[in-house]
Design a protein around this ligand. Structure first.
Ligand SMILES: Cc1ncc(COP(=O)(O)O)c(C=O)c1O
Length: 419
């Protein structure tokens, strides 16, 4: 079959929604300054779907640092990959400061978290090694594991019994190959908001020989006393062998980094193919990154405000009878029972009637019959935003229970049977 013909016939899990939902449910455009109030399709909405946890995206000092660096260096400098012609003192300085912040000896910058994680996994393992990773891992981990030439096993999400079973399987293999074991999990699972059980995983190190790689995209800046993440929160940061975070969340930018022992970071920096064969991070993001980190370090009140908002909205939702699952982080999932059609109708009503912009997650990301509305509180949300949103959710809950959205869904002229 012609490749293009196949693509036209099967546009993929997200592509199938293109005709119906593009511009609204997929690729929606939020306009205005990043913050808790933005514009969607000409209307003001309260945004609960942006990972600007600490509210740094529009912090005046951040905007100024980014703009000054762009004026001084442009968006090109330094040209080339770090290893070829893309090195600057600022890149090195940001690495030193990031390492110190996450309590590791050394760090290395990466252009994007996704590619960075793929390459980190690729650089860490050889074909004799075995990877054991949480089944709910982010796509960047899944895709990194796909490059691995040796064995890989998943363990059930956050299930230590399943992890141990798979460590035993891995051990039997490495005894024959002479390789090692790499365990990979996340500090915070971004869809449902559970922390990875890092402490319990680290405790298994006394029984099994393995190295631990943690994707702490949502934990960096939000968890732990100093904001060093889920490992600090659980008291085991020193046992995370390779720590990873993106700048796309608390750092409100783009880029990422890994951190760990000096000698290992040094080897990785010579072997991360996504960095060796790609252009260095631009100066606005590096100098802007230093400014963001400085603000995070010097203003613990940002994290305190974030958590005060998280606690208010999570308590408010629970008091109103909502099921938030097992979230023990800022990520606030609201579990409702319903079909993807009802979820679509609900999301539209949230935006059009209540002016609330929120992500909705349905099957196959979560089991059939469930809908998750995922709220991401930030330090910039106010009590008014929270109160208004809580009251709106209480109203839609009653309407959902009364079958209101099922009726609208049936009246809609959309053939959802194919989805
Ligand atoms: C858990 C997790 N890991 C990795 C990434 C990818 O990071 P980036 O956006 O920098 O590619 C994301 C999303 O940003 C994420 O949520």
């Amino acid at each position: 079959m012609d490749i293009f013909e196949r693509l036209r016939q099967n546009p993929g899990p997200l592509g199938q929604f293109a005709d119906y939902g593009e511009g609204y449910y997929v690729f929606p455009q939020l306009k205005g300054e990043i913050g808790p109030e933005m514009e969607f399709q000409g209307k003001k909405v309260i945004t609960w779907s942006i990972n600007d946890y600490l509210g740094l995206a529009n912090h005046p000092e951040v905007r100024k640092a980014d703009a000054d660096a762009a004026a001084q260096y442009g968006m090109a400098y330094p040209m080339g990959a770090r290893a070829m012609s893309g090195q600057t003192d600022y890149h090195a300085q940001l690495e030193v400061e990031l390492a110190e912040f996450v309590q590791k000896e050394a760090a290395y910058l990466m252009n994007f978290g996704y590619q960075g994680m793929v390459s980190t996994i690729d650089a860490l393992v050889s074909k004799n090694d075995v990877i054991v990773y949480d089944i709910d891992s982010h796509a960047c981990i899944v895709d990194g594991v796909r490059l691995h030439m040796g064995k890989r096993f998943t363990f059930q999400h956050n299930d230590m019994e399943s992890l141990e079973k798979n460590l035993k399987r891995a051990q039997r293999i490495t005894e024959q190959t002479g390789g090692g074991i790499l365990v990979i999990t996340e500090g915070v699972f971004g869809m449902r908001g559970m922390q990875g059980k890092l402490k319990e995983i680290c405790d298994l190190k006394s029984t099994y020989d393995f190295r631990l790689l943690v994707d702490d995209a949502h934990g960096f800046g939000t968890l732990g006393q100093t904001g060093a993440g889920a490992g600090e929160e659980q008291g085991c940061q020193d046992q995370i062998d390779v720590y990873f975070s993106t700048f796309a969340k608390s750092m409100a930018g783009f880029g990422a980094f890994i951190a760990g022992d000096k000698d290992i970071i040094r080897v990785l920096k010579y072997n991360l193919r996504s960095q060796i064969f790609a252009k260095s991070l631009t100066m606005p993001m590096v100098i802007g990154g230093l400014k963001r980190l400085d603000l995070i370090r010097k203003n613990p009140e940002l994290k305190n405000k974030l958590w005060s908002n998280v606690n208010k909205i999570q308590k408010g939702l629970k008091d109103r009878g909502f099921n938030l699952g097992d979230s023990n982080t800022c990520v606030t999932p609201i579990y409702l029972e319903g079909t993807p059609i009802e979820a679509t109708v609900l999301a539209r009503e949230m935006r059009e009637v209540y002016g609330i912009f929120i992500s909705v997650v349905v099957y196959p990301v979560i089991p059939k019959g469930m809908i998750i509305f995922r709220i991401i509180p930030t330090a910039s949300h106010t009590d008014e935003h929270i109160e208004y949103t809580l009251n709106s959710f209480a109203e839609i809950k009653d309407k959902l229970a009364a079958g209101y959205y099922t009726k609208i869904a049936h009246d809609l002229d959309i053939d959802f049977t194919q989805y």
